[in-house]
Design a protein around this ligand. Sequence first.
Ligand code: NAD
Ligand code: DAU
Length: 357
Amino acid sequence: MDFKRNILITGGAGFIGSHVVRLFVTKHPDYRIVNLDKLTYAGNLENLRDIENMPNYVFVKADITDIETMRKVMADYNIDGVIHLAAESHVDRSILNPFEFANTNVMGTLSLLQAAREYWEKSAQGYEGKLFYHISTDEVYGALKPGKELFTETTPYSPHSPYSASKASSDHFVRAYHDTYGMPTIVTNCSNNYGPYQFPEKLIPLFINNIRHHKPLPVYGKGENVRDWLFVEDHARAIELIFHKGKVADTYNIGGFNEWRNIDLIKVLIATVDRLLGNPDGHSLELITFVTDRQGHDLRYAIDSTKLKNELGWEPSLQFEEGIEKTVKWYLDNQTWLDNITSGDYQKYYEDMYSNR
Ligand code: NAD
Ligand code: DAU
């Protein structure tokens, strides 16, 4: 079958990537979607069970730092668009192992850029109709003071954690491939995502999982740090829109205009989980446990996504209360997914599957 477009999505077995893959596969049956993922601890093909047999979906298990394989994938699937999400994504892990973050996020992005460049430069149409779209984070902008100031697309980069330093570096490489070689690129910087299929090391799914087991909820510092939360399907929708309508060489911020102090969000989460589990009001508040703060913990992130609204008409579709309700319900309805992912069973299954190939 001839496809209208051949799009490589990296990191598609992860949290955000799985939502992006699902949206593209179902909304664009005339596109071939190649999901390339190394299946690290964070990659889980269970996230894509519902679409894995679709005729326009292909899965490739590969490491983005392996440039030879990236060259082969570009050519084998005649890729004309890359949506790059594969990364090490958890700040706490980056504090423990910064080298892994530099390797995956910087060298991996560079390998992918170079493989795309080589393939597209020697194709008949060159860079025409091609796009390398890099998914990045608001953490590259550093930390805001309490107040009304927001990160805009022109806020200078000031990353603090090894994770955000690696993402900032990869953003610069993407822009350098545009400025130096003329590659059509776009970078977007998004705020904190939440929703189904998020690995339960991140605040929201970790705390939902702990509440259901009546385990302590480790709140870093005094719980006063502020994050700007966006429902993951709204992020996926923004990515699909920007991939088609975004201006080449441009940057868009994506956020929910939805700031919460951690401790306030945690109380909403506790109330929602307790209600849905049928626990008495306030039952799990005793689980709140203040622990040593994260090293270099950024105080506040908040995104101004006015440009995306004005230029492309995107806005978040869900109110936070609605999004949290939907999210908590999903985790409570999918406790086997949570049990498999926390026990590591999901990985054993796929290790066996791939070692037999
Ligand atoms: P995630 O950790 O859930 O998923 C990352 C995926 O990348 C996993 O499937 C993993 O197996 C894969 N991967 C890791 N190393 C790889 C490698 N070397 N080769 C191939 N695949 C590899 O991450 P996420 O939260 O879905 O984030 C996806 C992207 O979005 C990341 O680039 C992240 O920086 C960015 N982002 C995340 C958020 C958020 O709130 N989660 C917000 C803004 C931006
Ligand atoms: O802002 C976008 C970023 O959001 C993404 O680029 C990252 O990939 C993503 O992991 C996320 O980073 P955060 O560090 O903000 O997310 P996390 O869920 O780890 O933490 C959210 C807040 O909650 C943060 O202030 C730290 C705090 N926290 C987190 C954990 C895991 C706790 O207090 N206790 C915890 O156990």
